[in-house]
Design a protein around this ligand. Structure first.
Ligand SMILES: Nc1ncnc2c1ncn2[C@@H]1O[C@H](COP(=O)(O)OP(=O)(O)OP(=O)(O)O)[C@@H](O)[C@H]1O
Ligand SMILES: [Mg+2]
Length: 399
C-alpha cells in the first residue's frame, strides 16, 4: 500500500517536472473567459450593438433586458459588446463608461453599488456608508464629469427577489436628476419570474428593449467546443469523440454551453491526472460522475442544520420509512443534541426540498384497502453523507 501510493506520488511529481501537460491554455476553459469569437450569437450581438449605438453620437438609448436559459452566452455576449463599444468610444474620446455587477455575486445592494463605484474609479469604502450616500456619489460623478454610464446588472433576478425593486426604481429614474450625464441600464436574467415583482413603471422602463438568447443545439455546442479546445489544448491531445460526447451530453439537457465547457475542462483534468496522452470518451464519462458528485457535496454542505438532521434520520435508518417514522426519528435526534423540534408541517416542507435536490425519493405505496402511504428512500450513499457531514461540528457529534 505504502509503496503503491509512493509510486503514484512519484508519478505525479515526475510528470509535473517533465512539464507534460495537455493544456496549452487552461484559462480558456474558465467560466469567465471571453473568447474573441462568439459564434451563433451574431443576431444578439448586432441587436445589442444597435440598441447602444445612439450613445456614440451623444443620443440617448433604450434600456435593455436580456434573457435566456443558463449557459446561453448572455454574460459573455454582453461583456463582449461593451468591450467593443468602449474601444470605439475611447478612440473618439467619448466619455462612455460601463460598469458591471453580478447581483448574486455582489449579494447586497451596498456591494452592488460598491462594484459600480469601483468601475467608475470612485473611492468608496467597502462598508460603512448609507446606501443612499453611495448612490448619490455615483450620480454626482456621472453628472459632474458628464459621463454616459452603461450599467449592467447581471443575474438581476437575485436583486429583485431578495431586495425588491427600490434600487431599480431609483436607477430607472436617475436620469431625471442628471442635467448633464446619462445612465443606461442593461439587465440580464435566466429567470423571467422576477418581472412579477417589479412595479409596472420599473418594468416598462427596464424592458424598453428585450433580447432573447435561445439554447444552443448539440451541433452548435460541438462547434463551440471545437473552437475552445483549439485554444485550450495542445494539438492531438483531445479526441474528436470526446468533444462530441461533451456536446451531446450538454445538448441533451437544454443546450448549456457552460455545462459543455465544464465537462471538457474536467475531462481534461481526469485524463491529465491519469497521465493519459489524450482526452478520450472514457475520461468524459468519469468527468460526468465527478461533476455530479461535486454537485452533491455542495448541496449537502449548504443544507441548513434542520435539513441535515432530517436527512440523517432518513439515511441512518437503512430502510424506506413512512413520514411518521421519520418524524419520530428526527424528533429523537433533535432532543439528543438539544435542537428545536420543528412541526410535522415544516418537516414535510423540508422533506420536499430534499426531494427537489435529489437527495431522497418519495414513493406512494399502496396499502390495499387502507389507502396509500408515502415511503421515503435516501437516494444517496450513507458513507458519502457521513464524510460531508463530519465537517459540521454539530452533525459530527451524531455520526
Ligand atoms: N457562442 C459562444 N461561443 C463561444 N463560447 C460561448 C458562447 N456562448 C457561451 N459561451 C461560453 O459558455 C460559457 C457560459 O456562457 P455565459 O456565462 O455567457 O452564459 P449565461 O447565459 O450568462 O449563463 P447564466 O444565465 O448561467 O449566467 C462561457 O464560458 C462562455 O464563454
Ligand atoms: Mg451569466
Amino acid at each position: 500500500m505504502g509503496d503503491k501510493s509512493n509510486n503514484s506520488l512519484d508519478d505525479i511529481f515526475t510528470r509535473a517536472l517533465s512539464g507534460r501537460s495537455l493544456y496549452k491554455d487552461r484559462n480558456a476553459l474558465r467560466s469567465d473567459y471571453i473568447p474573441s469569437k462568439l459564434p451563433f450569437r451574431e443576431k444578439q450581438i448586432i441587436s445589442i450593438g444597435e440598441t447602444l449605438a445612439p450613445l456614440l453620437h451623444g443620443s440617448k438609448c433604450s434600456n435593455l433586458l436580456i434573457y435566456g436559459k443558463t449557459g446561453t452566452g448572455k454574460t459573455a455576449v454582453a461583456k463582449y459588446v461593451l468591450m467593443k463599444l468602449s474601444e470605439k468610444a475611447s478612440t473618439r474620446n467619448l466619455k462612455i463608461k460601463f460598469a458591471y455587477s453580478n447581483t448574486r455575486v455582489a449579494g447586497t445592494e451596498y456591494r452592488l453599488l460598491f462594484d459600480v463605484a469601483q468601475y467608475m474609479g470612485l473611492s468608496v469604502p467597502f462598508t460603512g456608508l448609507a446606501i443612499g450616500e453611495v448612490f448619490a456619489r455615483i450620480i454626482s460623478a456621472i453628472n459632474s464629469s458628464i459621463i454616459t454610464l452603461i450599467l449592467v446588472l447581471d443575474e438581476i433576478d437575485f436583486l429583485v427577489k431578495n431586495y425588491g425593486d427600490n434600487l431599480l426604481y431609483e436607477l430607472t429614474r436617475a436620469n431625471e436628476q442628471l442635467p448633464k450625464g446619462y445612465l443606461s441600464l442593461i439587465g440580464i436574467s435566466n429567470d423571467l419570474k422576477f418581472k412579477e415583482f417589479l412595479d409596472p413603471r420599473v418594468l416598462s422602463s427596464l424592458s424598453e428593449e428585450e433580447i432573447v438568447f435561445p439554447p444552443y443545439t448539440a451541433e452548435e455546442l460541438k462547434a463551440i467546443l471545437y473552437d475552445r479546445s483549439k485554444i485550450a489544448f495542445f494539438d492531438d491531445t483531445i479526441t474528436e469523440a470526446a468533444i462530441n460526447l461533451c456536446a451531446a451530453l450538454a445538448g441533451s439537457e437544454h443546450g448549456d454551453a457552460r455545462r459543455a465547457l465544464d465537462l471538457l475542462r474536467v475531462s481534461g483534468e481526469v485524463a491529465e491526472r491519469e497521465g493519459a496522452p489524450k482526452v478520450e470518451e472514457r475520461h468524459v464519462r468519469t468527468a460526468v460522475q465527478k461533476i455530479e458528485q461535486d454537485r452533491m457535496v455542495d448541496a449537502l454542505r449548504s443544507l441548513p442544520l434542520q435539513a441535515k438532521i432530517l436527512l440523517w434520520s432518513i439515511i441512518s435508518s437503512g430502510e424506506a420509512n413512512s413520514t411518521g417514522e421519520i418524524y419520530e426519528r428526527y424528533s429523537n435526534i433533535c432532543h439528543k443534541i438539544n435542537v428545536e423540534v420543528l412541526t410535522q408541517r415544516r418537516v414535510s416542507m423540508l422533506l420536499s426540498e430534499l426531494d427537489l435536490l435529489g437527495l431522497v425519493t418519495t414513493n406512494l405505496v399502496s396499502k390495499g384497502r387502507y389507502g396509500r402511504t408515502k415511503k421515503i428512500n435516501p437516494s444517496i450513499n450513507l458513507q458519502f453523507v457521513r464524510e460531508v457531514f463530519s465537517e459540521d461540528p454539530i452533525m459530527n457529534s451524531l455520526l
